[in-house]
Design a protein. Structure first.
Length: 365
Protein backbone atom coordinates (compact mmCIF):
# COMPACT_ATOMS: atom_id res chain seq x y z
CA UNK A 1 0.00 0.00 0.00
CA UNK A 2 1.16 3.49 -0.76
CA UNK A 3 1.38 4.82 2.80
CA UNK A 4 -1.30 7.42 2.24
CA UNK A 5 -2.95 6.64 -1.08
CA UNK A 6 -3.95 3.07 -1.74
CA UNK A 7 -3.85 -0.60 -0.88
CA UNK A 8 -2.30 -1.86 -4.09
CA UNK A 9 -1.55 -5.20 -5.71
CA UNK A 10 -0.34 -6.60 -9.01
CA UNK A 11 -2.61 -8.68 -11.15
CA UNK A 12 -16.25 -31.27 25.81
CA UNK A 13 -19.74 -31.31 26.03
CA UNK A 14 -22.27 -28.97 24.57
CA UNK A 15 -22.41 -26.64 27.54
CA UNK A 16 -20.63 -23.36 27.10
CA UNK A 17 -17.16 -23.26 28.57
CA UNK A 18 -17.02 -19.56 29.26
CA UNK A 19 -13.84 -19.44 31.32
CA UNK A 20 -10.87 -17.51 30.05
CA UNK A 21 -8.84 -20.71 29.83
CA UNK A 22 -11.41 -22.27 27.49
CA UNK A 23 -11.18 -19.25 25.21
CA UNK A 24 -7.40 -19.33 25.31
CA UNK A 25 -7.33 -23.03 24.46
CA UNK A 26 -9.70 -22.49 21.57
CA UNK A 27 -7.72 -19.56 20.20
CA UNK A 28 -4.48 -21.50 20.55
CA UNK A 29 -6.03 -24.32 18.55
CA UNK A 30 -7.23 -21.82 15.95
CA UNK A 31 -3.70 -20.42 15.74
CA UNK A 32 -2.22 -23.91 15.31
CA UNK A 33 -4.75 -24.68 12.59
CA UNK A 34 -3.96 -21.44 10.78
CA UNK A 35 -0.21 -22.02 11.10
CA UNK A 36 -0.54 -25.46 9.53
CA UNK A 37 -2.62 -24.04 6.69
CA UNK A 38 -0.18 -21.21 5.94
CA UNK A 39 2.80 -23.57 6.16
CA UNK A 40 1.15 -25.83 3.58
CA UNK A 41 0.51 -22.83 1.31
CA UNK A 42 4.10 -21.72 1.80
CA UNK A 43 5.20 -24.98 0.17
CA UNK A 44 2.97 -24.28 -2.83
CA UNK A 45 1.45 -20.81 -2.71
CA UNK A 46 -0.26 -21.26 -6.08
CA UNK A 47 -2.80 -23.72 -4.69
CA UNK A 48 -6.15 -22.39 -3.40
CA UNK A 49 -6.78 -21.56 0.24
CA UNK A 50 -9.38 -24.33 0.33
CA UNK A 51 -9.60 -27.52 -1.73
CA UNK A 52 -12.55 -28.65 -3.83
CA UNK A 53 -13.41 -31.31 -1.27
CA UNK A 54 -14.43 -28.61 1.20
CA UNK A 55 -16.67 -26.59 -1.11
CA UNK A 56 -19.72 -27.08 1.10
CA UNK A 57 -20.36 -24.52 3.83
CA UNK A 58 -20.16 -25.64 7.50
CA UNK A 59 -23.52 -26.03 9.22
CA UNK A 60 -25.08 -27.65 12.27
CA UNK A 61 -27.69 -30.42 12.38
CA UNK A 62 -30.48 -27.85 12.28
CA UNK A 63 -29.21 -26.65 8.92
CA UNK A 64 -27.97 -23.33 10.26
CA UNK A 65 -24.74 -22.12 8.69
CA UNK A 66 -21.76 -21.23 10.82
CA UNK A 67 -20.33 -17.78 10.16
CA UNK A 68 -17.18 -15.73 10.53
CA UNK A 69 -14.25 -17.27 12.33
CA UNK A 70 -16.18 -20.48 13.07
CA UNK A 71 -16.81 -21.27 9.41
CA UNK A 72 -13.22 -20.47 8.47
CA UNK A 73 -11.76 -22.72 11.16
CA UNK A 74 -14.24 -25.54 10.56
CA UNK A 75 -13.39 -25.60 6.86
CA UNK A 76 -9.69 -25.88 7.69
CA UNK A 77 -10.48 -28.51 10.34
CA UNK A 78 -12.38 -30.60 7.78
CA UNK A 79 -9.46 -30.42 5.37
CA UNK A 80 -7.00 -31.51 8.02
CA UNK A 81 -9.15 -34.39 9.31
CA UNK A 82 -10.46 -35.46 5.92
CA UNK A 83 -14.14 -34.99 6.75
CA UNK A 84 -16.17 -35.05 3.56
CA UNK A 85 -19.16 -33.12 4.84
CA UNK A 86 -18.82 -30.12 7.20
CA UNK A 87 -21.85 -30.93 9.33
CA UNK A 88 -21.22 -30.43 13.04
CA UNK A 89 -23.09 -31.07 16.27
CA UNK A 90 -22.63 -30.77 20.01
CA UNK A 91 -22.60 -33.84 22.25
CA UNK A 92 -25.97 -32.85 23.67
CA UNK A 93 -27.45 -32.46 20.19
CA UNK A 94 -26.36 -35.98 19.27
CA UNK A 95 -27.91 -37.33 22.49
CA UNK A 96 -31.16 -35.50 21.73
CA UNK A 97 -31.51 -37.44 18.45
CA UNK A 98 -32.41 -40.50 20.55
CA UNK A 99 -35.43 -38.98 22.27
CA UNK A 100 -38.70 -37.31 21.40
CA UNK A 101 -40.49 -34.81 23.60
CA UNK A 102 -44.01 -35.78 24.69
CA UNK A 103 -46.47 -34.41 27.25
CA UNK A 104 -45.11 -37.05 29.63
CA UNK A 105 -41.53 -35.97 29.09
CA UNK A 106 -38.72 -37.38 26.95
CA UNK A 107 -39.27 -40.80 25.41
CA UNK A 108 -36.86 -42.96 23.36
CA UNK A 109 -37.52 -42.61 19.62
CA UNK A 110 -39.17 -45.58 17.92
CA UNK A 111 -39.89 -46.71 14.37
CA UNK A 112 -43.33 -47.10 12.78
CA UNK A 113 -43.72 -50.57 14.36
CA UNK A 114 -42.95 -49.25 17.82
CA UNK A 115 -39.45 -50.68 18.00
CA UNK A 116 -36.83 -48.64 19.80
CA UNK A 117 -34.35 -47.20 17.30
CA UNK A 118 -30.57 -47.73 17.66
CA UNK A 119 -28.81 -45.10 19.76
CA UNK A 120 -26.74 -42.46 17.97
CA UNK A 121 -23.56 -41.58 19.85
CA UNK A 122 -20.23 -39.85 19.40
CA UNK A 123 -17.62 -42.54 18.87
CA UNK A 124 -15.39 -43.26 21.84
CA UNK A 125 -12.08 -41.40 21.73
CA UNK A 126 -13.19 -38.76 19.23
CA UNK A 127 -11.91 -35.24 19.89
CA UNK A 128 -14.12 -32.18 19.62
CA UNK A 129 -13.34 -28.85 17.96
CA UNK A 130 -14.25 -25.48 19.52
CA UNK A 131 -16.58 -22.86 18.09
CA UNK A 132 -17.40 -19.44 19.49
CA UNK A 133 -20.88 -18.15 20.16
CA UNK A 134 -21.60 -14.66 21.42
CA UNK A 135 -24.51 -14.26 23.80
CA UNK A 136 -25.97 -10.91 24.80
CA UNK A 137 -27.45 -9.73 28.10
CA UNK A 138 -29.74 -6.71 27.63
CA UNK A 139 -30.32 -4.74 30.83
CA UNK A 140 -32.60 -1.73 31.25
CA UNK A 141 -30.54 1.23 32.43
CA UNK A 142 -33.14 2.42 34.95
CA UNK A 143 -34.93 -0.53 36.53
CA UNK A 144 -32.37 -3.25 35.79
CA UNK A 145 -34.88 -5.52 34.07
CA UNK A 146 -33.57 -7.88 31.37
CA UNK A 147 -34.98 -8.82 28.00
CA UNK A 148 -33.96 -11.42 25.43
CA UNK A 149 -31.60 -10.46 22.61
CA UNK A 150 -34.29 -11.31 20.03
CA UNK A 151 -36.71 -8.92 21.75
CA UNK A 152 -34.05 -6.22 21.95
CA UNK A 153 -33.42 -6.40 18.19
CA UNK A 154 -37.11 -5.73 17.51
CA UNK A 155 -37.09 -2.49 19.53
CA UNK A 156 -37.00 0.93 17.91
CA UNK A 157 -33.76 2.92 18.02
CA UNK A 158 -35.09 5.15 20.78
CA UNK A 159 -36.17 2.14 22.85
CA UNK A 160 -32.78 0.48 22.40
CA UNK A 161 -31.14 3.53 23.99
CA UNK A 162 -32.85 2.55 27.25
CA UNK A 163 -30.84 -0.68 27.44
CA UNK A 164 -27.23 -1.58 28.02
CA UNK A 165 -26.03 -4.60 26.04
CA UNK A 166 -23.33 -6.86 27.49
CA UNK A 167 -21.80 -9.32 25.01
CA UNK A 168 -20.23 -12.54 26.25
CA UNK A 169 -18.06 -14.87 24.19
CA UNK A 170 -18.78 -18.53 24.90
CA UNK A 171 -16.93 -21.62 23.71
CA UNK A 172 -18.82 -24.72 22.58
CA UNK A 173 -17.30 -28.02 21.50
CA UNK A 174 -18.61 -29.72 18.38
CA UNK A 175 -18.10 -32.99 16.51
CA UNK A 176 -18.30 -33.73 12.82
CA UNK A 177 -21.20 -35.96 11.78
CA UNK A 178 -18.65 -38.63 10.77
CA UNK A 179 -17.36 -38.73 14.33
CA UNK A 180 -20.69 -40.32 15.27
CA UNK A 181 -22.06 -43.79 14.51
CA UNK A 182 -25.07 -42.30 12.70
CA UNK A 183 -24.15 -43.67 9.27
CA UNK A 184 -24.03 -47.21 10.66
CA UNK A 185 -27.00 -47.29 13.06
CA UNK A 186 -29.35 -44.73 11.45
CA UNK A 187 -28.37 -44.63 7.75
CA UNK A 188 -31.64 -43.02 6.66
CA UNK A 189 -31.10 -40.12 9.05
CA UNK A 190 -27.47 -39.77 7.94
CA UNK A 191 -28.40 -39.72 4.25
CA UNK A 192 -31.05 -37.06 4.89
CA UNK A 193 -28.51 -34.72 6.47
CA UNK A 194 -26.08 -35.32 3.60
CA UNK A 195 -28.77 -34.86 0.95
CA UNK A 196 -29.85 -31.57 2.53
CA UNK A 197 -26.28 -30.29 2.24
CA UNK A 198 -25.52 -31.42 -1.28
CA UNK A 199 -26.05 -28.88 -4.02
CA UNK A 200 -24.73 -28.54 -7.53
CA UNK A 201 -21.44 -26.71 -7.58
CA UNK A 202 -21.30 -23.86 -10.11
CA UNK A 203 -18.80 -24.30 -12.92
CA UNK A 204 -16.62 -21.52 -11.57
CA UNK A 205 -13.44 -22.72 -13.25
CA UNK A 206 -14.81 -21.96 -16.70
CA UNK A 207 -13.41 -18.89 -18.39
CA UNK A 208 -16.92 -17.64 -19.10
CA UNK A 209 -18.20 -18.02 -15.52
CA UNK A 210 -20.19 -14.97 -14.44
CA UNK A 211 -21.42 -14.25 -10.94
CA UNK A 212 -24.44 -12.15 -11.79
CA UNK A 213 -25.13 -10.68 -8.32
CA UNK A 214 -21.59 -9.28 -8.20
CA UNK A 215 -21.88 -7.98 -11.76
CA UNK A 216 -24.97 -6.09 -10.69
CA UNK A 217 -23.16 -4.68 -7.65
CA UNK A 218 -20.55 -3.23 -10.00
CA UNK A 219 -22.96 -1.97 -12.67
CA UNK A 220 -25.39 -0.31 -10.27
CA UNK A 221 -22.73 0.96 -7.86
CA UNK A 222 -24.21 -0.94 -4.92
CA UNK A 223 -21.00 -1.42 -2.92
CA UNK A 224 -19.84 0.99 -0.20
CA UNK A 225 -17.48 2.63 -2.70
CA UNK A 226 -17.21 2.70 -6.51
CA UNK A 227 -15.73 -0.36 -8.24
CA UNK A 228 -13.96 0.66 -11.44
CA UNK A 229 -12.98 -2.11 -13.87
CA UNK A 230 -10.11 -0.53 -15.81
CA UNK A 231 -7.79 -1.91 -18.47
CA UNK A 232 -4.45 -2.29 -16.70
CA UNK A 233 -2.24 -4.54 -14.59
CA UNK A 234 -3.08 -3.45 -11.06
CA UNK A 235 -5.92 -4.19 -8.66
CA UNK A 236 -6.08 -1.93 -5.62
CA UNK A 237 -8.22 -0.04 -3.16
CA UNK A 238 -7.44 3.67 -3.03
CA UNK A 239 -7.80 5.05 0.47
CA UNK A 240 -7.60 8.69 -0.60
CA UNK A 241 -10.19 8.34 -3.39
CA UNK A 242 -12.21 5.64 -1.63
CA UNK A 243 -12.62 3.49 -4.72
CA UNK A 244 -11.58 0.10 -6.04
CA UNK A 245 -9.71 -0.24 -9.32
CA UNK A 246 -9.51 -3.69 -10.87
CA UNK A 247 -8.44 -4.93 -14.33
CA UNK A 248 -11.27 -5.71 -16.70
CA UNK A 249 -12.98 -9.10 -16.55
CA UNK A 250 -11.50 -10.19 -19.89
CA UNK A 251 -7.94 -9.69 -18.60
CA UNK A 252 -8.27 -12.50 -16.04
CA UNK A 253 -7.62 -16.16 -16.80
CA UNK A 254 -11.06 -17.04 -15.44
CA UNK A 255 -14.17 -15.43 -14.08
CA UNK A 256 -13.40 -17.04 -10.75
CA UNK A 257 -10.06 -15.24 -10.62
CA UNK A 258 -11.73 -11.91 -11.39
CA UNK A 259 -14.26 -12.19 -8.57
CA UNK A 260 -11.84 -13.57 -5.96
CA UNK A 261 -9.42 -10.71 -6.64
CA UNK A 262 -12.30 -8.26 -6.39
CA UNK A 263 -13.35 -9.74 -3.03
CA UNK A 264 -9.79 -9.10 -1.79
CA UNK A 265 -10.01 -5.39 -2.66
CA UNK A 266 -13.54 -5.13 -1.29
CA UNK A 267 -12.17 -6.50 1.97
CA UNK A 268 -9.62 -3.68 2.06
CA UNK A 269 -12.34 -1.11 1.41
CA UNK A 270 -14.29 -2.27 4.48
CA UNK A 271 -11.36 -1.06 6.58
CA UNK A 272 -11.88 2.58 5.68
CA UNK A 273 -11.96 5.01 8.60
CA UNK A 274 -15.65 5.70 7.95
CA UNK A 275 -16.50 1.98 7.99
CA UNK A 276 -14.69 -0.55 10.16
CA UNK A 277 -11.80 1.84 10.80
CA UNK A 278 -9.10 -0.77 10.28
CA UNK A 279 -6.79 0.89 7.73
CA UNK A 280 -4.10 3.21 8.99
CA UNK A 281 -1.34 4.98 7.05
CA UNK A 282 1.48 2.47 7.15
CA UNK A 283 4.68 1.51 5.40
CA UNK A 284 4.75 -1.11 2.66
CA UNK A 285 6.13 -4.34 4.10
CA UNK A 286 5.47 -3.41 7.73
CA UNK A 287 3.81 -5.73 10.25
CA UNK A 288 0.62 -3.65 10.03
CA UNK A 289 0.60 -3.91 6.25
CA UNK A 290 1.14 -7.67 6.43
CA UNK A 291 -1.70 -8.05 8.92
CA UNK A 292 -4.14 -6.20 6.68
CA UNK A 293 -3.10 -8.43 3.79
CA UNK A 294 -3.98 -11.49 5.87
CA UNK A 295 -7.38 -10.00 6.76
CA UNK A 296 -8.08 -9.30 3.09
CA UNK A 297 -6.88 -12.73 1.94
CA UNK A 298 -8.92 -14.65 4.51
CA UNK A 299 -11.98 -12.49 3.89
CA UNK A 300 -11.76 -13.04 0.14
CA UNK A 301 -11.21 -16.78 0.62
CA UNK A 302 -14.21 -17.00 2.95
CA UNK A 303 -16.53 -15.05 0.63
CA UNK A 304 -15.35 -17.02 -2.41
CA UNK A 305 -15.92 -20.26 -0.52
CA UNK A 306 -19.43 -19.17 0.45
CA UNK A 307 -20.31 -18.72 -3.22
CA UNK A 308 -18.60 -21.90 -4.43
CA UNK A 309 -15.41 -20.42 -5.82
CA UNK A 310 -11.73 -21.17 -5.28
CA UNK A 311 -9.49 -18.40 -3.95
CA UNK A 312 -5.79 -18.66 -4.77
CA UNK A 313 -3.43 -16.58 -2.70
CA UNK A 314 -2.31 -13.43 -4.48
CA UNK A 315 1.28 -13.52 -5.65
CA UNK A 316 2.27 -10.39 -3.78
CA UNK A 317 0.45 -11.58 -0.65
CA UNK A 318 2.58 -14.74 -0.70
CA UNK A 319 5.52 -12.55 0.30
CA UNK A 320 3.88 -12.11 3.71
CA UNK A 321 3.60 -15.80 4.56
CA UNK A 322 6.64 -15.71 6.84
CA UNK A 323 5.39 -12.56 8.57
CA UNK A 324 1.98 -14.16 9.18
CA UNK A 325 3.58 -17.26 10.64
CA UNK A 326 5.83 -15.19 12.89
CA UNK A 327 2.89 -13.20 14.28
CA UNK A 328 0.73 -16.29 14.76
CA UNK A 329 3.49 -18.02 16.71
CA UNK A 330 4.55 -15.02 18.83
CA UNK A 331 1.38 -13.04 19.58
CA UNK A 332 -1.43 -14.80 21.44
CA UNK A 333 -3.99 -12.13 20.52
CA UNK A 334 -3.07 -11.97 16.83
CA UNK A 335 -5.39 -14.74 15.65
CA UNK A 336 -8.34 -13.41 17.66
CA UNK A 337 -8.13 -9.87 16.30
CA UNK A 338 -7.54 -11.03 12.72
CA UNK A 339 -10.50 -13.42 12.78
CA UNK A 340 -12.70 -10.74 14.32
CA UNK A 341 -11.83 -8.38 11.47
CA UNK A 342 -12.38 -11.13 8.89
CA UNK A 343 -15.80 -11.84 10.38
CA UNK A 344 -16.90 -8.22 10.11
CA UNK A 345 -15.43 -7.64 6.65
CA UNK A 346 -16.88 -10.83 5.15
CA UNK A 347 -20.27 -10.05 6.69
CA UNK A 348 -20.32 -6.68 4.94
CA UNK A 349 -19.55 -8.23 1.56
CA UNK A 350 -21.95 -11.17 1.78
CA UNK A 351 -24.72 -8.92 3.12
CA UNK A 352 -24.38 -6.68 0.08
CA UNK A 353 -24.44 -9.62 -2.34
CA UNK A 354 -27.36 -11.32 -0.56
CA UNK A 355 -29.39 -8.12 -0.74
CA UNK A 356 -28.85 -8.06 -4.50
CA UNK A 357 -29.86 -11.71 -4.78
CA UNK A 358 -33.00 -11.13 -2.69
CA UNK A 359 -33.89 -8.12 -4.83
CA UNK A 360 -33.54 -10.22 -7.99
CA UNK A 361 -35.85 -12.88 -6.54
CA UNK A 362 -38.45 -10.22 -5.70
CA UNK A 363 -38.32 -8.88 -9.25
CA UNK A 364 -38.92 -12.37 -10.66
CA UNK A 365 -41.79 -12.99 -8.24
Amino acid sequence: MNTTKSWKHSSKNSKAASSESAQEKALNLFAETMIEKIESIQQDWKKPWFTDSSMHWPRNLDGRNYSGMNSLMLIMHCEKQGYKYPIFCTFDKVSALNYSRTKDGLKPVRDAEGNKLPVVTVRKGEKSFPVFLTSFTCVHTKDGSKIKWEDYKSLSDSEKEEYKVYPKLNVYNVFNIDQTNMQEVRPDMYEKYIADMKSEKPHTSEKSFRFEPMDKVIQKNLWVCPILPTHGDNAYYSISKDCIVIPEYEQFLSGESFYSNLFHEMAHSTGSEKRLNRLKPTTFGSAEYAREELVAELTAALVAQFYGMDKHIKEDSAAYLKSWLKSLKEEASFIKTVLFDVKRASAMITSCIEEVKDSAKSEVA
